[in-house]
Design a protein around this ligand. Structure first.
Ligand code: SF4
Length: 411
């Protein structure tokens, strides 16, 4: 059952995930075409549960950006957005997605769609960055549809009750507009049900990721970036829950059978920052060749929402949105990374300094140095980008990573 050293050991569950994604995009494509359901765009940790409870088909454009990166289509599209005045320095999800729209291109043709689905409303939460609002407003102007959202706090230290109350109020204020577009009232019982389903999805996703604490790890960060798709796109649905039950059983089976995601695992790393979508396969092979398993990441953990509570849906959604790692100040972020290093028995941290996402780059205000000095956690920084491959040098990165892994071996 061992894969060749530089190949990914594919999880069987992948086949079911592909079916679920085909069904999801099929529903979205039909809704956009025959108007059978309203379509909402939602930022990745926006109020998706509220949208689902109102009967919207929900599209997550950051996933579209990631697909453009993974399919290596981003770089041919971004120039169109740059020509419209969107800087090369801003989020390459935004520029590749807007560029793809302007160029009439999309990787969603794999699902029978010839474009991203046209939205009836776009709903953001700036807990992650301001870019999502600017991004959605482009489409709001193009399609003359409403853009609404939550303007959140950033760099949050302690998540206090007044902060949660302020975000809850903003979420409540969205309801009348969204009801008007959906053509129905928000049923509190349905909202509670959807939040409950999201919480179950989150718990199961956490359990799947948690299996990587086992030595050897049954999955890598690169597997998780693929298998997080249902948590991102289908949270709040029974499909996501049944999927993670299946995946968790397979991961537990791997643990019971002593199956390692990286055969001959010697070193264990934590990935801090965005994945590089166009380099996933290359990275998986490179680390496998070094007998190094990237076991866990902040990124994949970001779809764990432990605050969600069906007994208090809106307030718990507000709390979950504030507790998000990306929305926090450096103190809570540092303590979080320290906890992850301990939980996953990690030897060192790889920081991805992502050129066009400063929000998901935690190298710029001294974090690696503080982790080394205060907790003895070694790290390496790799420069790159989540989508724009021009920002990444494979040769330079490999040299840095190999040097780092050799240092770990000497420790
Ligand atoms: S968090 Fe970063 S990658 Fe995500 S939309 Fe904002 S700028 Fe882009």
């Amino acid at each position: 059952m061992h894969a060749p050293r530089n190949e990914r050991l594919e999880l069987r569950s992948t086949a079911r995930m592909k079916e679920l994604l085909a069904e999801y995009f099929g529903r979205l494509g039909s809704a956009a075409k025959d108007r059978s359901a309203p379509v909402a765009w939602c930022s990745s940790v926006g109020p998706a549960e509220m949208l689902r409870a109102l009967g919207f088909e929900v599209f997550f454009p950051e996933n579209h950006g990631a697909m453009l990166g993974a399919f290596r289509m981003a770089n041919e599209c971004m120039s169109k957005a740059h020509a419209r005045g969107y800087s090369q320095e801003i989020c390459s999800y935004l520029t590749s997605d807007v560029g793809a729209y302007l160029a009439g291109k999309t990787p969603l043709t794999a699902y029978g769609m010839d474009s991203a689905p046209r939205a009836d409303v776009l709903v953001f939460n700036t807990n992650q960055c301001r870019e999502v609002q600017d991004w959605f407003e482009f489409y709001g102007r193009e399609w003359k549809v409403p853009v609404v959202g939550v303007t959140s706090f950033r760099s949050v230290g302690e998540v206090t009750e007044p902060l949660v109350t302020a975000i809850t109020r903003q979420m409540e204020d969205l309801v009348p507009t969204l009801e008007g577009i959906a053509g129905k009232r928000l049923d509190p019982a349905r909202l509670s049900e959807v939040v409950g389903l999201s919480r179950q999805c989150s718990d199961l996703w956490k359990a799947c990721l948690g299996t990587a604490a086992h030595r050897p790890s049954p999955l890598t960060f690169f597997d998780s970036t693929i298998h997080m798709a249902p948590a991102v796109l289908l949270r709040g649905t029974p499909d996501a829950i049944s999927y993670y039950e299946l995946l968790l059983a397979e991961l537990q089976e791997r643990i019971a059978g002593g199956v390692a995601a990286v055969p001959g695992e010697l070193h264990r790393l934590y990935w801090e920052g965005m994945p590089m979508w166009g380099k996933l396969r290359e990275h998986a092979s490179m680390f496998a060749q070094m007998h190094t398993c990237v076991v866990a990441s902040t990124y994949c953990n970001s779809w764990i929402f432990e605050a969600l509570d069906p007994a208090d849906p809106l307030r718990s959604m507000a709390r979950a949105s504030l507790e998000l790692f990306i929305a926090r100040s450096d103190g809570p972020k540092q303590r979080y990374i320290e906890r992850m290093v301990e939980q996953f028995h990690v030897d060192g941290v790889l920081f991805h300094d992502c050129r066009t996402c400063p929000h998901n780059s935690n190298t710029r205000y001294g974090m690696p140095g503080r982790l080394r000095e205060e907790s003895g956690i070694p790290s390496v920084t790799v420069e790159g980008d989540h989508t724009d491959l021009r920002c990444y040098s494979a040769e330079q990165s490999r040299t840095s990573i190999e040097g780092f892994v050799e240092q770990l071996a000497d420790r």
